[in-house]
Ligand binder design. Structure first.
Ligand SMILES: C[S@@+](CC[C@H](N)C(=O)[O-])C[C@H]1O[C@@H](n2cnc3c(N)ncnc32)[C@H](O)[C@@H]1O
Length: 314
C-alpha cells in the first residue's frame, strides 16, 4: 500500500494487488498491457498506458489479444464499447486461477476482462480479515451476514464465505450467476452458505429493507450503466446515492463494513468517499484507488478503480 496524499480529512491511498502468483502485469505502454492470468498471456487495451513499453511490443507473446472496435479506438475506451478477442486455438474455454488458497475460473469475456478483476484482491483480503476478526467472539452457529451487490462472477462472495460469512450474492445477469456457481464449485465451497439471487440490486435492497433484513457487511461494485432482469435501468450518477442510503438501512447493530468500488466513471475516489460518508453519518471512511503494478523493478502502477470503505468507529 502506498499512502499517497492527505487533504482535509481525506487520506487517499493506492492499494496495489501485489500478492498474486496467478496474475502478473508483465509490461505496459502504447495504450496496451501484457498480462499473465495463470499460465496464459493476454494483450488488452489500456487507455492509461501513455508511456513506452519496456520491451519491444513485436516480441510480446500472447495467447489472446483484445482488438478494440474502430469506434472505440477513436473514443474514450470503456467496458461497454465494442471489440473482440483473437484467441489462440490452444487456449481452453476456461482455466483455474488461485488467489491464496481459493480457486476459481478465468475466461475471456466480451467485456475485455477475464472474468475477475485482479486489482480487487486487496478488497477480498480486507473483507475476509474483518469477517475472521469476529471468529473469536461469535457463537458457533452465528456467521456475519454479507450482502454482495452487482456480485458478477462471485470471487468476493467466495472469499467472504471462505472466511466464515453467510453471503447473499445478487446480480441481474443469469450468465454471471452461472459463472459464480462454477466458481463456487471450483473453490470446493458447494456447502458454503451462499444465496445466489438473480435480481435488480436496487429492487432487492428495497425489498430487504421492507422485510427488516440486516447485514453486517455490504459490498457494492456497480457498473456505470446496467439493467436489472426486468429491464430496470441502473445509472450510477442518479442511482448510487439512493442505493447507499438504502444500504445504510440494511446494516445491523454490529456492522463490520461497507465497501464501494467504482469503475468506468469520470469521478475521483473523493467522490466515492464523500458519497459513502454522507450515507453513513458516523464511523470512518477511507478511500483511494485499486491498482496493479508491473512485475519489474521500478514498476509502473496502473490504477483501475476508485474505492471507498466504511467501518464503524473503533
Ligand atoms: C462491474 S461488474 C461487477 C464486478 C464484480 N463485483 C467483481 O469484482 O468481480 C457489474 C455487474 O453488475 C451487474 N448488474 C448490472 N446492472 C445490474 C442491476 N441493475 N442489478 C444487479 N446487477 C446488475 C452485471 O450483470 C455485472 O455482473
Amino acid at each position: 500500500m502506498i499512502r499517497a496524499m492527505t487533504f482535509g480529512s481525506i487520506t487517499s491511498e493506492i492499494l496495489i494487488a501485489n500478492k498474486w502468483r496467478d496474475y502478473a502485469l508483465l509490461d505496459s505502454g502504447n495504450l496496451q498491457k501484457l498480462e499473465r492470468f495463470g499460465p496464459y498471456r493476454f494483450i488488452r487495451p489500456e487507455p492509461q498506458a501513455l508511456w513506452k513499453p519496456r520491451f519491444d511490443v513485436s516480441q510480446w507473446r500472447a495467447d489472446g489479444v483484445f482488438i478494440p472496435s474502430q469506434k472505440s479506438r477513436h473514443r474514450e475506451i470503456d467496458d461497454c464499447e465494442g471489440g473482440g478477442w483473437k484467441l489462440s486455438n490452444d487456449l481452453p474455454a476456461d482455466w483455474e486461477i488461485t488467489y491464496q488458497s481459493l480457486r476459481f475460473r478465468a475466461r475471456p469475456t466480451p467485456f475485455r476482462h477475464l472474468g475477475f478483476f485482479p486489482e480487487q484482491a486487496c478488497h477480498w483480503e480486507w473483507c475476509a480479515k474483518k469477517i475472521r476478526a469476529t471468529n473469536s467472539t461469535r457463537t458457533p452457529d452465528y456467521r456475519p451476514r454479507i450482502l454482495n451487490l452487482f456480485a458478477y462472477s462471485g470471487v468476493a462472495s467466495l472469499h467472504a464465505a471462505a472466511a466464515g460469512a453467510a453471503v447473499t450474492h445478487v446480480d441481474a445477469s443469469k450468465k454471471a450467476i452461472s459463472h459464480a456457481f462454477k466458481n463456487r464449485n471450483a473453490a470446493g465451497l458447494e456447502e458454503a452458505p451462499i444465496r445466489f439471487i438473480t435480481d435488480d440490486a436496487m429492487r432487492f435492497v428495497e425489498r430487504e429493507v421492507r422485510r427488516g433484513r440486516r447485514y453486517e457487511g455490504i459490498i457494492i461494485d456497480p457498473p456505470k450503466y446496467g439493467r436489472g432482469p426486468k429491464g430496470e435501468i441502473w445509472r450510477i450518477e442518479q442511482d448510487l446515492v439512493p442505493l447507499l442510503a438504502a444500504c445504510r438501512e440494511l446494516l445491523s447493530e454490529t456492522p463490520l463494513f461497507v465497501l464501494l468500488t467504482v469503475y468506468a466513471i469520470r469521478a475521483s475516489s473523493q467522490a466515492a468517499h464523500y458519497a459513502l460518508r454522507d450515507a453513513m453519518v458516523s464511523g470512518e471512511v477511507t478511500s483511494g484507488e485499486l491498482a496493479v503494478a508491473e512485475v519489474q523493478e521500478n514498476p509502473r502502477v496502473i490504477a483501475q478503480a476508485n474505492y471507498a470503505r466504511w467501518q464503524p468507529a473503533i
